[in-house]
Design a protein around this ligand. Sequence first.
Ligand code: GLY
Length: 397
Amino acid sequence: MSNLSESVLRREQCPTSHGKLAGTLSSPSNILVIGAGIVGCAVACELARRGAAVQIVDDRSPGMGATQASAGMLAPYTEAKDRNSLFLDLAVRSLDLYDEFVARAAHDSGTTVGYNRSGTIEIAGTDERMTELRDIARRLTGRGVVLDVLDASAAREQEPQLARDVAGGLSIAAHGYVNALQLARALFAAARCLGATFLDVGRVARISRRDGDLHVQTARSARTARTVVVAAGSWSGRIEIEGATALPVRPVRGQMLHLAWKDNHPLRRVTWGEHCYLVPWDDGTLLVGATMEEVGFDENTTTAGVQDLLNAACTLVPRVQGSGFLGARAGLRPGTPDAMPIIGWSRSMPNVMYATGHFRNGVLLAPLTAQLVADAVLSDRLDPAIDAIGPQRFGDL
Ligand code: GLY
């Protein structure tokens, strides 16, 4: 726990009203949340807010897995691409929760969270891609989405830094981004202010049943809990759960660049190209993401990854060439066979709840995941969506 920053951990920094609130809540259940990434922190915070006694276990500081390498994009209509409408429904539901989700995390933790909903622009580099964007726009308009289809000159008017040869674009006003690491830390701090505790006892290896409770074996100790939420991202499948087959979650590496924009006229909004996306933060820096690599549990950045992203960014926005290079990050997205999250009760081990496999959208889906899990765990309320995203679709999990 030595590398956890004081601002994340010290309870005396909680807004005073929340210290009092936590003290008056009852503790209906003893819940252990495995994983302090964006999903684990969101779930722990929501459970604690609803009065549960929550413990969070991770072998690293909050958000230091995939979350720290996320650009925090909140763009369901772009992320959905060729995925099914279920994904879009979930992602739009989650986006609708975002204003309040961020405001509460910031308020309950007494910290600030960078959050911006100034929209996105998706750029077509070719006429063929522009035809596809027009098709997407037609379908989204049918759903009532506010958008603008832009020809080449309109796109460059909106974003003057774009390359001269772009074919056009699609701008969507509801989109935006959040500082994912700040948000995870705020959720973690808020959960602690609401009474949750953090266990620095190493990675969880095994969950078994003992005397009616769940026995959770970690690298350095063991704990019991009434309920366990598995929110360990790519590592979820490495936890042995007695009687259950391994979760089909695999790591998909994403590398991202952090650049210092040196221009007086930076991008105005999140800009998607066909080979990268650019997220202009309010502090004048720019995130460029992201690679998709099946390289196992390798969290290193590579020169090839950096080179590919730089080439893509400079092609889309040539002035990126003049920017400063602040660094590169890598994180492991938890991929599943159908690219959909796994949220729901285990069929093999009672009282084990999965909240994992969010692949490219852990940040976007965090508020809805927290709500679905808290409803199921504390109120026995199973949202109909869980039928489609539950673990049962992969067998005896
Ligand atoms: N959500 C964007 C990514 O995973 O790269």
